[in-house]
Design a protein around this ligand. Structure first.
Ligand SMILES: [Zn+2]
Ligand SMILES: [Zn+2]
Ligand SMILES: [Zn+2]
Length: 158
């Protein structure tokens, strides 16, 4: 990925360079897959005098211009990241909500080749793999071994 300064990135997308936008971009870059709330906390800790609405507006504007990618998993708040334009996919843990990146196949994007595209020109496939992260899996294994093995799926700790 070519490294471009955030200022240059904003200008290239025809956006005014503001302290808010720079702080939001930096927060999303340092903590990929953050929620708007997370980013709001980071940015306000850094800039102080900024309203929640201004942070949300900056997020919306940056997503609309394609500088940030907004991921909206079912049943969870939207997350933001600055890794855009590479059609990568996501892993989400059903248990703790942790999210990770998964590259699409290198060199090709098989998920963009639909069996039947119905005449659409497809440019993106939103793929989310749901499951359990290694930590939750390990925790489930250790806790279920004490109360009998074989419990899978809906095994939640209160
Ligand atoms: Zn987990
Ligand atoms: Zn991602
Ligand atoms: Zn793919």
């Amino acid at each position: 990925m070519p490294t471009e300064s955030p200022e240059a990135l904003l200008r290239r997308h025809g956006m005014q360079v503001t302290a808010q936008r720079l702080a939001v971009l930096r927060a999303a870059s340092e903590r990929p897959h953050s929620t708007a709330d997370d980013i709001d906390k980071v940015v306000r800790a850094e800039l102080g005098a900024i309203s929640r609405q201004a942070v949300y507006d900056a997020l919306a504007a940056l997503s609309e211009k394609g500088l940030l990618r907004r991921i909206q998993p079912a049943g969870s708040p939207a997350r933001y990241e600055d890794r855009v334009g590479d059609n990568h996919h996501h892993l989400i843990c059903r248990n703790c909500g942790r999210m990770g990146d998964v590259d699409c196949a290198v060199g090709e994007t098989p998920c963009l080749i639909a069996a039947d595209d119905s005449g659409y020109e497809i440019d993106e496939a939103e793929v989310i793999y749901w499951g359990r992260c290694p930590e939750c899996l390990a925790a489930a294994t250790t806790s279920s071994s004490s109360q009998g093995a074989g419990t899978r799926g809906e095994h939640r700790r209160a």
